[in-house]
Design a protein around this ligand. Structure first.
Ligand code: ZN
Length: 283
């Protein structure tokens, strides 16, 4: 049994092409990246998850872009695996959104909520979204927000800004929230938002393919003094724990060598060791 490389991976996906992942997102993935990466074999996910002590597994209710990784599937996948923590996803625009979230928590035992306004076609300030967040707040469900850009033209880019979450955080100050991917490409904006709110964090997933952006994201977190609010995430299957660690070390090296920020390997070690489950109230 090998030692995990990181304490918690807050951002992993499951879902199979043709079952959960359809067009337009699937064909847009081919156009942007040359293949459909979002096609996860559960054995591969289980193997990848051995690189982390615990891994959060995300549902994704994003019909407008052709993706529905349903809450039941996530619940079945994590059942019996102490290292896997399932997060629900509910599109707030659904008429039965409240009931779906209550069911996901009470019956399926899912422990957080994944939202992606750009993919789900709602604005974070929409009354329907705030109503769903009331439910999340009652259960203290941590929320992972995809608040950043995406390749698919089927998404609505103007719903993707990290700044949109400031109002949400003011309204729900006790709700733990994570901005995924450091809010790419708006890492400075994301850092400026999370530093205002004690329960806000951002994850470093899916940045390793862009070394310069990754370095800038780390530098922004450092400059805004929120480096201790960076949570480790891989965005499997789009990246792996090891690729993300390599990207973090490379980003830190770029920051040092260019004299941007003195981020050390020990800072990266601390990030990898961060106990995100405790920070998100999941222990
Ligand atoms: Zn993701």
């Amino acid at each position: 049994m090998t030692e995990p490389l990181v304490t918690v991976d807050v951002h992993t996906h499951i879902g199979q092409h043709g079952v959960h992942v359809h067009d337009p997102l699937a064909s847009d993935e081919v156009a942007a990246w040359g293949k459909v990466s979002w096609d996860v074999d559960l054995d591969e996910h289980a193997q990848a998850a051995t690189a982390a002590g615990h891994s959060i597994v995300l549902a994704f209710d994003a019909e407008p872009v052709g993706v529905v990784v349903d809450n039941e599937y996530v619940a079945e996948t994590v059942a019996g695996h102490d290292n896997l923590i399932g997060f629900a996803s509910v599109n707030p625009t659904r008429k039965d959104a409240r009931d779906r979230l209550v069911y996901a928590v009470e019956n399926l035992k899912l422990r957080g909520l994944k939202l992606g306004p750009t993919y789900q076609h709602f604005h974070a300030h929409d009354a329907r979204a705030l109503a769903l967040l009331e439910v999340a707040n009652e259960y203290r469900l941590p929320i992972i927000w995809h608040q950043g850009t995406t390749f698919t033209p089927a998404a609505i880019a103007e719903y993707a800004r990290p700044l949109d979450l400031d109002l949400v955080a003011r309204r729900f100050p006790d709700l733990p929230m994570v901005i995924a991917h450091c809010g790419h490409p708006w890492a400075e904006e994301a850092a400026s938002v999370i530093r205002r709110h004690p329960n806000m964090y951002m994850d470093v997933s899916a940045l390793d393919t862009r070394p310069w952006q990754f370095a800038q994201s780390l530098a922004s977190a450092f400059e805004y003094r929120v480096f201790d609010k960076l949570l480790f995430g891989s965005d499997f299957p789009f990246s792996t724990v090891q690729q993300c660690i390599d990207g973090l070390r490379n980003g830190a090296r770029i920051c040092r060598e260019l004299g941007i920020a003195p981020i050390t390997d020990r800072d990266i070690d601390a990030l990898c060791a961060r106990d995100s489950l405790t920070l998100l109230g999941l222990k």
